[in-house]
Design a protein around this ligand. Structure first.
Ligand SMILES: Nc1nc2c(c(=O)[nH]1)N[C@H]1C(S)=C(S)[C@@H](COP(=O)(O)O)O[C@H]1N2
Ligand SMILES: [Mo]
Length: 455
């Protein structure tokens, strides 16, 4: 499978994005960003002629779409965040249109940011521990040796909902977006591995930190990783330019992002412009107070006198350890009942307190399980607090970075039921009943409880 195929699709996709983008801009003349969800479905508006007569005379800044993909196949949980409709998932690979989006800022596009135009985009590889600093454009990056990997990507905040719904915590204890269980998807990522980047740059033996940096969407979007961690997985981690065989779309980091399989999504910096390898530990917002475990059982990491603090960050900001590997998890393809969450996403299929309904009789229950650090070993389920039973894991099961689909039969009797699911990974670690409080609601991997009304 050469790049040729991609090039053809590349042009088609670019056309699509361009067309899509210009339709959106025309629509944005008529409605506020908040009304887009409703309007995007109206074909009459979407097909408005190019020379729309209602164009305003004043060169006002064009209203911008905060997320480029529309909401028809994702869950709108907030202005810059879309979760996956995981209760509808059936496929092994997640289509891009169904893939969650987690932005700290609006999606930056090539229309607004010249540095994201493919021909102008540059990646700078430099730093105190780099022997031969270089910078590279899109076309030349694509000429470097690349690999593909099928891997899940999951936001640290996925499952935060479980703290509220079944952890006994309130919105005062835990705050953040209500992802339910959909801030995960699986794609085929094509990337230039870090092994190639390092070989070209020449890394000095004193390297301590690899800082993946964007700076395009916001001035604090950088994620430091220990050099040793990147070096031990230097073929798996990389500079990614395609998702499911097509160029990245704006929401997923076009033209180029980082992909760090298995670690919480923050490490996979989108709209990447810079990789800095340095001999110091580096502190940014994301690894001090941004995407860290904050709570009574978590100790803030130590820092040293030689550490580097990026502008605006001081030692006092170091509040807790950063989330790294995502733990073993599982979900049924059933929407979770929302009774105690501070909010219900606007296009969630259930109203607050509403239970999903299933017809009585023989049912095949389905779900997904993942455990990227060691791989899924078994998936179990239990009904109404009964004994744990083995679910059947479906093929394909392509190793630790991929999720698996599972099924089990259920003779569903009328009434209200609760089904729980539990993954055990290849290191013998099983999902726990509860996890300790962390106030940002990171990485809740407790056994989920799915309430179902059989009718
Ligand atoms: N530049 C930049 N990179 C980013 C983010 C961001 O807001 N800005 N969000 C991160 C987070 S928290 C996650 S979970 C993943 C989400 O990737 P996706 O939106 O492609 O699913 O991107 C990461 N990379
Ligand atoms: Mo995230």
């Amino acid at each position: 499978m050469g790049w040729k195929r991609h090039e053809a699709e590349d042009a088609a996709t670019a056309q699509r994005i361009l067309k899509h983008g210009s339709n959106i801009d025309r629509r944005s003349l008529f409605v506020s960003a908040a009304a887009f969800g409703a309007l995007a479905a109206a074909p009459a508006v979407a097909q408005a002629p190019a020379a729309a007569p209602a164009a305003p005379a004043a060169p006002a800044a064009p209203a911008r779409r905060i997320i480029v993909k529309d909401d028809s196949r994702v869950l709108n949980i907030g202005a810059t965040v879309r979760s996956g409709n995981y209760w509808n998932f059936t496929t092994f690979m997640t289509p891009v249109e169904e893939f969650y989006v987690r932005n700290h800022y609006p999606t930056p596009t090539a229309e607004q940011k010249a540095e994201l135009v493919r021909d102008r985009w540059r990646l700078k590889v430099h730093g105190a521990s780099v022997e031969r600093p270089f910078d590279i454009g899109y076309e030349d990056l694509l000429k470097m040796p690349s690999r593909t990997i099928i891997a899940t990507m999951e936001c640290h905040g996925n499952g935060r909902t479980l703290f509220w719904e079944q952890g006994g915590f309130t919105a005062k204890d835990v705050s953040g977006g209500n992802w339910v269980l959909g801030a995960i998807g699986q794609a085929e990522w094509q990337y230039v591995p870090m092994s190639e980047i390092f070989a070209r740059a020449g890394i000095k033996p004193d390297a301590v930190t690899v800082l993946f940096w964007s700076g395009v969407d916001g001035n604090d979007m950088g994620r430091p990783m220990p050099y040793s961690e990147v070096a031990t997985r230097a073929d798996d981690i990389g500079v990614c330019f395609a998702m499911n065989g097509n160029p990245l779309t704006p929401d997923h980091g076009a033209p180029v992002r980082i992909v760090v399989p298995g670690w919480g999504g923050t490490a996979s910096i989108k709209w990447v412009t810079e990789i800095r390898v340095t001999n110091k530990r580096v502190w940014t917002r994301l690894n001090t107070k941004g995407e860290v475990y904050l709570g009574p059982t978590y100790a803030a990491p130590e820092h040293g006198p030689d550490d580097e603090f990026l502008p605006g960050i001081t030692a006092a900001d170091i509040k807790g350890p950063m989330v790294t590997w995502m733990p073993p998890k599982s979900t049924l393809t059933v929407p979770l009942v929302l009774e105690k969450s501070p909010s219900v996403p606007s296009n969630y299929p259930l109203k607050r307190d509403e239970w999903p309904k299933l017809s009585a009789g023989q049912q095949t229950m389905r779900g997904y399980a993942w455990a990227p650090q060691h791989g899924v070993n078994t998936v179990e389920y239990r009904i109404d607090g009964g004994p744990w039973q083995r679910a059947t894991i479906q093929q394909p099961n392509l190793g630790r970075y991929t999720w698996v689909r599972f099924t089990f039969p259920w003779d569903a009797k009328a009434g209200k039921h609760t089904i729980e699911t539990r993954t055990t990974d290849n290191a013998g670690v099983s999902q726990p009943e509860q996890i300790p409080l962390n106030t940002l609601g990171m990485a809740n991997w407790s056994i989920p409880k799915f309430k179902i009304e059989v009718v």
